[in-house]
Design a protein around this ligand. Structure first.
Ligand code: HEM
Length: 226
């Protein structure tokens, strides 16, 4: 049966992906600067919040967003990688087994970088925590570079633009394999919470709305640092 254009990535998964990518790149670029420390911290907290959301969406989300659809399976990773050197490379509608492994590593490193960053920033623990924070961020950069390279190679092998699929949600597949709903409202809620958090952190919200979440977590924003 011929393959068609089917909806694979719901909107919350795509919003999560690009917010995480932007937050990580922003946090990485502002890491060394005292001047942009607030931005660095806010983007780090954003990453932690996004991973919390993704963990929930991985349980209650749509077919290809659910963790059960992309388990950690080392044997399947090897089989998949071997198949790439044959005439009929495996094609997966959702995440391929190698991509799945990288995704779990990125999620775990986001938590490690976020948690150690929070601890170091709030002067909990010693210098080693700050070192661990930097190590986690560097490991994540390496993984992200690998991830982007793998997406490009995979796109070439399967003659399918995977980056575009992460933007518009559509991939090639058989009728019946696609998901039915984009879940626009959930995606809008994720965007709204992120916008509220960023606007609050930038001091753009009126006092009546307040910024409890930011004020509670950041001594610099509370005015206790520098
Ligand atoms: C230009 C940059 C990027 C492109 C083109 C890109 C593209 C993609 C694509 C195509 C997928 C789906 C992979 C698959 O088919 O299995 C994906 C998944 C993913 N990417 Fe990226 N990515 C980029 C940057 C990043 C960055 C910077 C991060 C992390 C900081 C990241 C984290 C993830 C995660 C966590 C997933 C899993 C999405 C989910 O199921 O929730 N990506 N990416």
């Amino acid at each position: 049966m011929n393959k068609q254009r089917i909806l694979v990535w719901d909107l919350p998964t795509r919003v999560f992906h690009w917010l995480l990518a932007a937050s990580f790149l922003g946090a990485f670029l502002t890491a060394e600067s005292e001047r942009y420390r607030d931005i660095h911290v806010v983007l780090g907290y954003t990453m932690l919040g996004l991973v919390v959301f993704r963990s929930l969406w991985g349980v209650v989300g749509t077919r290809y967003a659910r963790f059960s659809s992309f388990p950690i399976a080392p044997r399947r990773v090897l089989e998949y990688l071997k198949s790439l050197f044959t005439r009929s490379p495996q094609h997966h509608v959702g995440h391929n087994p190698a991509g799945s492994l990288a995704i779990y590593a990125i999620l775990a490193l986001s938590v490690l970088a976020g948690a150690t960053g929070y601890a170091a920033y709030n002067e909990i623990g010693g210098e080693w925590l700050a070192e661990l924070h930097e190590g986690a961020a560097n490991a994540m950069l390496g993984l992200v570079i690998f991830h982007i390279g793998a997406v490009m190679v995979s796109s070439l092998i399967h003659r399918e633009n995977l980056a575009a699929a992460m933007l518009n949600g559509y991939k090639k597949g058989h009728v019946g394999e696609g998901i039915r709903s984009k879940h626009r409202f959930v995606a809008a809620a994720v965007l709204l919470v992120a916008a509220y958090f960023w606007a609050g952190s930038a001091g753009l919200l009126p006092d009546a709305i307040g910024v409890p979440a930011v004020a509670a977590v950041s001594p610099q924003i509370r005015g206790e640092h520098g």
